[in-house]
Design a protein around this ligand. Structure first.
Ligand code: HEC
Ligand code: HEC
Length: 292
């Protein structure tokens, strides 16, 4: 009798394990197919000014939109993550050096990447937040491109991506934006220009950069990936609802909250928010406070 039970337990456990492997295999195949799809978008051009005011504005945007966080301060790309569970995620070298963008990578290619989330061959850009850059105004996108197009070439040849099981699983469950191309409303018209006066409208425009982690409703929730802290609610019903504008701005400049908690830049990019202008942080505060 006991031997029979042991035998059946073994069979059941073995089958569960096999089912698990088969399930994972199907998930991994699903993600591979989605990353290998080819998309087609009509080429779109933007006029790229080259005056120093525009280039300086582009540099500011490249910092506050996190381009330099992921692609490196010289935009020569880097390995963002390399571990067993997540795999290897690599931000491209955006210069024209070795391992970088091809010499004939033109403005329409930049627009395709930032607006649609695909490379010039129509293949999805992995882990590149184009679902956020697609919300940029034409004026801001042009400034970013102007800045990127004039950076010095840096030779930096990088390895390819290698997606780990955690990324595959989280993408399958829609808990991580690996494929921004799938999240974008590709028919949406870009706005030409955003009103840059301090206030809720500017805050709403800027908050797109916070929505990936703090969730589209800014109410926070689950950690962005296993091993990270939960993401706080930024609206009037969270801590920010109790903070003054000065406290909010100090938090985003120093990473230290009014209660004295020091935020780790790896969890929440406060070294990036530290570089926002006063007016931009004030606008974010006013926008978050306006959400009930
Ligand atoms: C969260 C990290 C992250 C941020 C933030 C980010 N990128 Fe990327 N970007 C990537 C990764 C990763 C790739 C490589 C995608 C691939 O090859 O599959 C990439 C690819 C690109 C490419 C594609 C080049 C090609 O092959 O066509 C361009 C252009 C680009 N990024 C520009 C930008 C700009 C400009 C910004 C800021 C507005 C930015 N990125 C912000 C991670 C990021
Ligand atoms: C990569 C994910 C990520 C992005 C992007 C991000 N945050 Fe955060 N943020 C976090 C996490 C995680 C915490 C909690 C950190 C901790 O508890 O140490 C946090 C904490 C905060 C806090 C402190 C809130 C509290 O109640 O203590 C504020 C304020 C904040 N973020 C604002 C922003 C703003 C504004 C932006 C966009 C400009 C932004 N964050 C972008 C992940 C992110």
């Amino acid at each position: 009798m006991l031997r029979k039970i042991a035998k059946w337990t073994g069979i059941v456990l073995g089958s569960l394990l096999l089912l698990g492997f088969a399930g994972y295999w199907l998930i991994a195949r699903n993600i591979t197919q989605r990353t290998e799809r080819t998309y087609e978008f009509a080429a779109e051009n933007l006029t790229i000014p080259t005056d120093s005011v525009t280039v300086n504005r582009g540099e500011h945007l490249a910092v506050i939109k996190g381009c330099t966080d992921c692609h490196g301060t010289n935009l020569a790309g880097k390995i963002m993550i390399d571990d067993e569970g997540l795999g290897r995620l690599v931000a491209a070298n955006l210069t024209k050096g070795k391992g970088g963008l091809p010499a004939d990578y033109v403005t329409t290619d930049w627009v395709r990447a930032l607006r649609h989330g695909v490379d010039r061959a129509g293949h999805p850009l992995l882990f590149m937040p184009s679902h956020e850059t697609t919300m940029l105004s034409e004026q801001d996108m042009a400034a970013i491109i102007a800045y990127c197009q004039q950076i010095p070439a840096v030779d930096n040849e990088l390895p390819a991506h290698k997606l780990g099981p955690v990324v595959n699983l989280m993408t399958y469950l829609d808990k991580m934006t690996l494929l921004s191309v799938e999240k974008i409303d590709h028919d949406r018209k870009m706005v030409a220009k955003v009103d840059s006066t301090e206030g809720i409208a500017l805050g709403k425009y800027l908050a797109v950069s916070c929505s990936g982690c703090h969730k589209p409703d800014f109410k926070g929730g689950d950690p962005v990936a296993p091993g990270f802290p939960p993401v706080p609610n930024l609206t009037s019903t969270g801590n920010v609802g109790k903070w003054t504008q000065a406290q909010f701005i100090a938090t985003l400049r120093t990473g230290k909250t009014p209660s004295g908690h020091q935020i780790d830049n790896e969890n929440m990019p406060w070294k990036m928010t530290a570089q926002y202008e006063q007016k931009e942080l004030a606008s974010l505060y006013q926008y978050f406070r306006s959400i009930k």
